[in-house]
Design a protein around this ligand. Structure first.
Ligand code: MSP
Length: 645
């Protein structure tokens, strides 16, 4: 039996000094997607995250709240785990630095390096940035502030233990040179090399002015420096210092995924700790860029921190995961904005992918009662082009993921989705359906369904709920038994009964602007324009108008939507069923004034989400000259469900 390739990957362990924001969710979503993909591709993966609970910052935050540090972190760490669950993050281990096993690991690391003579006692005098938990020499400060975060630093004068990292500088430079994959992306490698070449100072690795940390063995009053403590978590997860099977199997790590601001700790301090421990170095440390909020770094003081839980509640998990993975060029800074999220969701998920599934299954219901047809052997040029796009795509995505080109991997999957949508238009199944012989129609429908099956497999590591939904609508089972090899063309079995469901991504309507007040007196059209076509310059035939199904709906309930001052949510009866409609009329009507009214709604409008609420139709209203909106209604003589034409 051949052993599977292995992949150990980690995220930073986050500080429970505050709730996590979308930036933290970014790193963890990437790591989760990579772990899921590697498993799908037949590799074994081990994915570790956690919380960095010691240090001065946490001790102060707890004191400010009047609770013990442990009480303080317990509550926030529970919220971390809750967020990961809601984001569909499946980690293998969660290391808390307050875990007993972690204490043992950190003390063992300290002791080993001490015994080797690489930790010595001396006195420290210098500057300290508590928010970054970083020591700074005077000459590195910028305007007297922390060069990383720009905040004020504090003078520290303590007896401390020092780690002789200067001794390892040359060995580290040599390693970096010989292993170009060690520090990625390349721009950050150059930055780190320059930093090392500018001279490494020995690092202070203990503190005495507070006690919220792991004690230095046999040195009363000293706690271990929080970064020395935190970095060790990557070994704790494997049972270090015991010679465990986990250690044997997974070390060295394949990937430490971190934000660019903590590259120095991961590419200088951490590898030197490992060299001092005689352990091999991780294969890659990747420093990704920052997620900016409306082009600025997120921070509490700026008030631009984006809460992932609120976004998930409003848009669902997969739009958030997809946006993070697709929108940001991995490695570079990227911008988060509500508008960009909505646009991305509507374009890629609702229009391209959701619509492809919906229209394919609608046609299959119409032409083949929803059963997957047998494809014919004869293929047209266009059929072959679609198949060529799909075949081999799995291997291509695998290569991109192995190179950490995550947004490019998703783009390549969406090129197939785009190709399939174009294929529908090129092959026009509605025309083929007019032919006596249904073989060609069957082939086209099979090709579309097979493309969707492959797409479901390719996307499921990134947007797991969506992969599962497509799979279920295709009538397929045991999604998790499938591997990368199953993305080969032709594995869909004819005869399967599909199960078309609701659209997987209803379009999200961007809240409409207030209607502009109408001009006081509309200008009379010039004689030459009197018979001109309508405003769009297009005359429509009656058949065009009849495509729009207008019906009478009775308003059963109406209420406001919290946080959306223009919107009302209506429950209406349209005769055949009850529906929810969201309408931008809150500034013109009290909810109670609408109850009982018989209004006109567009029944066959694509469902959409507005501020997280599903809207299944649209009501008609007219604007008065003063800008007031009036909902079109009829008398009680007309029952709900009556067609308006
Ligand atoms: N506790 C340390 C890490 C110790 S690892 C041994 C720490 N914690 S943190 O809570 O500040 O998390 C920092 C990490 O969160 C970043 O490196 C990055 O992975 C992620 N991000 C936090 N804000 C971010 C953005 N605005 N954008 C992208 N990632 C962000 O540092």
């Amino acid at each position: 039996m051949t052993t599977k390739e292995r992949y150990y990957l980690t995220t930073p362990i986050y500080y429970p000094s505050d709730n996590l924001h979308i930036g933290h969710a970014y790193t963890t979503t990437v790591a989760d997607s990579l772990a899921r993909w590697h498993r799908f591709a037949g590799r074994e993966a081990y994915f570790v995250t956690g919380s960095d609970e010691h240090g001065q910052k946490i001790q102060r935050a707890a004191a400010a709240k009047g609770v013990t540090p442990k009480e303080y972190v317990d509550e926030i760490v529970a919220s971390f785990k809750d967020l990961w669950e809601r984001l569909n993050i499946k980690y293998d281990d969660f290391v808390r630095t307050t875990d007993e096993r972690h204490h043992r690991a950190v003390q063992a690391v300290f002791q080993k390096i001490y015994a080797k003579g690489d930790i010595y006692k001396s006195a420290y005098e210098g500057w300290y940035c508590t928010p970054c938990e970083t020591f700074w020499l005077e000459n590195r400060l910028e305007d007297g502030n922390c060069p990383d975060c720009g905040r004020p630093v504090e003078l520290v004068q303590e007896e401390s233990y020092f780690f002789r990292i200067s001794k390892y500088a040359d060995r580290l430079l040599e390693h970096i040179e010989q292993h170009p994959e060690f520090i990625q992306p390349e721009s950050r490698r150059n930055e780190m090399v320059n930093f090392i070449k500018s001279g490494l100072e020995d690092l202070c690795v203990s503190r005495t002015t507070f006690d919220w940390g792991i004690p230095v063995p046999n040195a009363e009053g000293h706690v271990i420096y929080v970064w020395f403590d935190a970095l060790t978590n990557y070994l704790t997860a494997l049972g270090y210092p015991e010679p465990t099977e986990l250690m044997e199997k997974w070390w060295p790590a394949d990937l430490h995924l971190v934000g660019k601001e903590i590259m120095r700790f991961h590419t200088i301090v951490w590898p030197i700790m490992l060299m001092a421990l005689d352990l091999p170095l991780p294969k890659t440390v990747f420093g990704h860029g920052w997620l900016l909020s409306d082009s600025e770094k997120m921070s509490k003081s700026k008030g631009n921190v984006v809460d992932p839980l609120a976004l998930i509640a409003e848009f669902g998990v997969d739009p958030i995961r997809y946006f993070l993975l697709r929108e940001i060029s991995f490695g570079q800074d990227g911008n988060f904005s509500r508008r960009a999220l909505i646009e991305r969701t509507n374009a890629d998920l609702a229009n391209d992918l959701g619509n492809l599934l919906n229209r394919t299954l609608s046609m299959l219901n119409r032409y083949f009662d929803g059963v997957v047809p047998e494809p014919a052997a004869a293929l047209s040029e266009v059929d072959r082009d679609l198949i060529n796009h799909a075949n081999g795509l799995g291997a291509k995505v695998d290569d991109l993921i192995k190179d950490l080109k995550i947004n490019e991997a998703l783009a390549s999957i969406w090129r197939l989705v785009g190709r399939a949508n174009k294929y529908v238009d090129e092959r026009a199944p509605w025309n083929l359906a007019k032919q006596e012989d249904k073989a060609e129609l069957g082939t086209v429908m099979y090709n579309l369904l097979e493309t969707l099956r492959i797409v479901a497999l390719l996307v499921k590591s990134f947007i797991p709920e969506t992969g599962a939904k497509i799979w279920a609508q295709l009538g397929l089972e045991d999604l998790d038994q499938n591997t990368l090899a199953d993305t080969e063309w032709g594995r869909l079995t004819p005869g399967i009964q599909t199960r078309k469901g609701d659209p997987i991504f209803p379009r999200i309507e961007v809240e409409k602007e207030e209607p502009a007040p109408a001009p006081k007196k509309p200008e009379k059209p010039k004689a030459s324009e009197e018979k001109a076509p309508g405003p769009e310059g297009v005359l429509i035939g009656i058949e065009d108008f009849m495509r729009c199904e207008l019906v009478i709906a009775e308003v059963l309930e109406a209420s406001r939507i919290q946080g959306a001052d223009r919107l009302l949510k209506l429950q209406v009866d349209i005769g055949s069923e009850k529906r929810q409609i969201v309408a931008g009329i809150a500034q013109h009507y009290e909810p109670d004034d609408l109850v009982g009214k018989r209004i006109v709604v567009v029944k066959n409008l694509k469902p959409a989400k507005l501020r997280g609420e599903l809207s299944q139709g649209m009501l008609l209203a007219a604007t008065a000259p003063d800008g007031r909106l009036e909902v079109v209604s009829v008398s009680e003589a007309i029952p709900a469900g009556s067609r308006v034409k």
